[in-house]
Design a binder for this molecule. Sequence first.
Ligand code: RIB
Length: 290
Amino acid sequence: MTIWNLGSINADMVYGLPHLPAAGETLAADGLERFLGGKGANMSVAGSRAGSRVSHIGAVGPDGRWAKDRLTEYGVDTRFIAEVDVPTGHAIIAVDAQGENLIILYPGANHALDSAQIGKALASANTGDILVLQNETNAQVEAARLGHELGLTVCYAAAPFQAQSVQEVLPYLDFLILNEVEAEQLRQETGLDAAELPVRHVIVTLGSRGARYLQQGCDPVDFAAHKVQAVDTTGAGDTFTGYVLAGMDRGMPMEQAILQANRAAALMVTRHGTADVIPDLREVRDAQLD
Ligand code: RIB
C-alpha cells in the first residue's frame, strides 16, 4: 500500500535562543542551522523511515530543488512534487534552552498546488491506500473529497489548527489527529466532543502526557508518553503522525501503531532539527526508553 501525502515542504531555519523572544525584544541567536521541514515533508520522511511507501504531493519553487532531492534521498516518491514559479516555503523556528519553539511560516509554493496535479497523483492510488493532509497547503478539501470518492483512507493532521479547516474536511475523514487544546476549540465550534466526532479514528495528543485514542463505538484508550530529556520538540508531532500512518499502512492494530509512534516521538525530542533527524524503525525499536 502507499501513503499519499498532500503536504508542505519548507526550508526550516532553526535559531537556538536562550529564551523565546517577547514582543519588541531583540535577541541574538546562539546558532543557526537549516533543515528540511514542513509538517508534510516531516510526515513523509517519518512514514518512509517507518517502512512505508510514501508518495508526496506538493510544490517547491526554483530555489527548492535541494528539498525535492533530499526527500528522494530519504526514500520518498517525489514524482508528484511540482516545480512552480513561487519561492519554496520556509519556516523561521526559534528553539529555547528548554526545547520549546515558536514558528513563523512563509507558505510560498505550498499554496500553489493545482487540481490537475492532485488528480494526476491520486489517479495512481489504489483503494485502501492512505491519503494524509495537513493545514499548510491549499486544496485540502478538494483532495479529501477526491480521496474519499476513490476509497482511500483519508487522514487529517489538524496542524496548524483552524477549526474551520477541520470542519470543511470532516465529512471525508476516516482519521483525525489533533491536540487537546484544539479538540476543545473544535468542541466550541461544533458542539461535539472528540469522542462524538463523525470520524472512525481520532487521536488527541496530550503533549508530555502522551495520547488518547478514540475509536467510534469503543472506550477511549490512553497511552503514556516516554520520559526523556527534550532538547527540541519541533517535528515530534509530525514524527508521531507519520509513524501512526505507517503502522496503519502496514496493517498494525492502531494500539500497536501508537505505541511505536510514541517511541519515535520520544526519540525525536532528544534531537535538534526536523525531517533530517527523524529516527528510523531500527533506532525506534532499539532505543532504551522507560
Ligand atoms: O511541525 C514542525 C514543522 O512546522 C516545521 O518543520 C516547520 O516547517 C513547520 O511546518
